[in-house]
Unconditional design. Structure first.
Length: 363
């Protein structure tokens, strides 16, 4: 641990919702001395720059990264546009915080060297408490895990509208990776050796050539089984603003169940509320807390994305440790999600680990 904080010159590449959220948190961090942003949409860039009092704004990530003030970077572009700014930042040798997934292509993912990946759920008290119990052996040897993730289809529609190639994204790669990362984080040290999956596309297939849901199993070398499913085609009027998750973990000496469905806080209104990534006028009931970044309260973002951003900035300025995912872990999660998609496509088991060449077949 460093006793004196090192000043930070922060580059934020991509200024959508998440770029703005992280920028607002960074603007309040005492070690951040300079902020520059790069956003392709000039008007959006100017708006975000004003809101966080940025020192520099451009439409070019290379122009931003070339600035002498830059000492670290946040990559918050659309998922399928991560790789180019990531590799540019690698060339500059600056530490990065990258929104998940690391990439949508396995070969490109393998090119990234050192980075920390934005899996915000690792920063929530609920998942940390569970991690500690599994880590200290309270359950004995974990033998089976089940996870079920449900998502409002607004997220899927937003993702498919923002890409010209729907084959590059899927519910497993874009959103199922949250649940998969938590479980694999809990199963630290276990080696996946095979997976099997099936997908359905009756809702998003006709509209966007997309996938509704995927269910599958991951088998580990020691016999541990992980059964998982993700559906991001639930109706727009489903109360979850974004994400709900249930996890069950069985071990030789105990069991742990985690309800993260957010049904403990239900909001019903006559006028639509701006909850979630893509608010919709027809939604009048919300499960509060189901928006993964957190919640806006008293003019500030509260929740895991704020804590994760602060933790990363503390790591850069003070050398403190963080439980954020490493690039190697993020690459592993992308490999597993691509393998599940490939298994669903081929309708047969897939051996793990998946190679980048095999990953291309999943698209």
């Amino acid at each position: 641990m460093k006793r004196n904080a090192k000043g930070i010159g922060l580059a934020i590449i991509g200024c959508g919702r998440v770029g703005l959220f992280r920028g607002e948190v960074a603007a309040r961090h005492p070690a951040v001395e300079w902020i520059g942003i790069a956003e392709l949409n000039h008007n959006r860039g100017g708006d975000v720059a004003a809101r966080i009092s940025a020192d520099f704004v451009t439409t070019s990530h290379r122009e931003l990264l070339a600035r002498p003030e830059v000492t670290c970077a946040i990559i918050a572009t659309d998922e399928h546009l991560h790789v180019e700014p990531i590799l540019a930042a690698v060339e500059c040798g600056v530490p990065m915080l990258i929104e998940k997934p690391l990439a949508t292509d396995l070969a490109q993912s393998a090119r990234v060297l050192k980075a920390i990946i934005g899996y915000t759920q690792r920063f929530r008290r609920k998942w940390l408490a569970g991690k500690e119990k599994v880590r200290n052996g309270a359950l004995g040897d974990v033998t089976m895990v089940t996870s079920r993730a449900f998502m409002n289809r607004l997220v899927a529609i937003d993702n498919y509208k923002r890409t010209n190639d729907p084959a590059t994204i899927s519910p497993m790669v874009i959103s199922g990776t949250h649940a998969l990362d938590i479980v694999m984080w809990y199963l630290e040290g276990k080696q996946p050796v095979e997976c099997y999956a099936r997908s359905v596309d009756k809702v998003l297939g006709p509209l966007y050539q997309g996938i509704d849901a995927t269910a599958g199993m991951i088998m580990c070398a020691d016999g541990t089984i992980y059964h998982l499913n993700i559906s991001w085609a639930l109706p727009v009027t489903w109360p979850g603003a974004v994400y709900s998750l249930e996890v069950g973990i069985n071990g030789t000496h105990g069991v742990l169940t985690i309800d993260d469905t957010h049904r403990d806080m239900v909001l019903a209104v006559s006028a639509p509320q701006a909850e979630g990534y893509a608010p919709d006028q027809s939604r009048l009931v919300d499960f509060l807390g189901s928006y993964p970044p957190g919640d806006m309260a008293l003019g500030e973002l509260r929740g895991p994305m704020r804590e994760e951003t602060d933790s990363w900035l503390n790591r850069v300025s003070l050398g403190l440790s963080t439980q954020a995912a490493t690039a190697a872990e993020a690459h592993n999660r992308l490999m597993l999600t691509k393998a599940l998609d490939l298994s669903a496509k081929l309708k047969q088991p897939v051996k793990l680990p998946l190679t980048p060449e095999q990953g291309l077949a999943a698209a």
